[in-house]
Write a protein that binds this ligand. Structure first.
Ligand SMILES: Nc1ncnc2c1ncn2[C@@H]1O[C@H](COP(=O)(O)OP(=O)(O)OP(=O)(O)O)[C@@H](O)[C@H]1O
Length: 273
């Protein structure tokens, strides 16, 4: 006997239950000193599934960073709700790690010290920290750099340490705010490849803010295009390039050019915030 087709309402409910992150009507305004109230986010609904890689693109100033900080629990929303694993987010938590564009390392600690700090915060025993820190540094390609200080590192190396430190927290959700925005093109391409490898190895759920349509297309399962301020979800694109993927395969895919043009056309229409 043929299997019964799932009832559409049941499958919608199951998908919702499985959401790692669930944003419902998230809104945020800032009280400006000179400009009056700035309504940054107008009401965002979005579900992110466990292990999914989702990118957020949108015009400058539309509230992408704000949204990430709300999900991280660093600032509160004025309206709506954010659920992580079905629990309301009310502040920062070990289930959500954040990587910023600016590397935010402790300059007085070595590379190893920066990563060990995060392991200590997570409650890893003193005995196990050096071994785990070395494993994480190896994962981001920094086996030899443990004794160096941040001032001795290139931008790309600093960002690798920042990623290792966030991985040390072992958060299931990684919130990444233009993590490669300050890097040169070659380093950026290398780190994109490494991020995909790490994501594949660790199964993290990633929400990734970027200004680069190429980057979003290469990395993501889904791309969320936000409108200009007060931002809403304007479009959600599922590129569907096979995984594991290489940049060359993605660029050569017959649907790449049309997707690229579609996202750019939407961003052009929205204009700057
Ligand atoms: N602390 C704040 N106080 C007042 N206004 C703020 C504050 N933070 C952000 N804003 C305003 O809220 C809006 C959204 O800012 P946000 O940095 O979240 O946008 P973004 O999409 O990440 O920008 P970009 O693409 O340029 O990085 C902007 O108009 C910004 O000026």
């Amino acid at each position: 006997m043929a299997a019964e087709a799932a009832h559409p309402v049941d499958s919608a409910r199951r998908e919702a239950d499985e959401a790692k992150l669930r944003l419902s009507g998230v809104a945020k305004s800032y009280a400006g000193r000179r400009r009056g109230t700035v309504q940054a986010i107008g009401g965002i609904d979005l579900d992110v599934r466990p292990g999914e890689f989702v990118s957020l693109v949108g015009p400058s100033g539309c509230g992408k960073s704000t949204l990430l900080y709300i999900i991280g629990g660093f600032i509160g929303a004025d309206g709506g709700s954010v659920l992580c694993d079905g629990r309301e987010v009310s502040g920062p938590g070990p289930d959500r790690g954040i990587v910023f564009q600016e590397f935010a390392l402790f300059p007085w600690k070595t590379v190893l010290g920066n990563v060990t700090w995060a392991l200590a915060r997570r409650g890893v025993s003193r005995k196990d920290r050096p071994e785990q820190a070395r494993r994480l540094l190896s994962l981001v390609g920094l086996d030899e750099a443990g004794r160096l200080y941040p001032s001795e590192l290139s931008g790309g190396m600093k960002q690798r340490v920042a990623i290792a430190r966030t991985l040390a927290m072992d958060s299931e959700v990684l919130l990444m705010d233009e993590p490669f925005g300050a890097l040169d093109a070659q380093t950026r391409a290398l780190l994109q490849e490494e991020l995909l490898r790490i994501w594949d190895e660790t199964g993290k759920t990633v929400l990734f803010v970027t200004h680069s349509v190429e980057e979003a297309l290469y990395l993501s399962d889904r791309i969320v295009v936000l409108s200009s301020r007060p931002s809403r979800v304007r479009d959600v694109i599922t590129p569907g390039f096979p995984r594991p993927r290489t940049r060359e395969q993605v660029l050569a895919d017959s649907s790449y050019a049309a997707l690229y043009e579609r996202i750019w056309a939407e961003l052009r229409e929205e204009g700057p915030a």
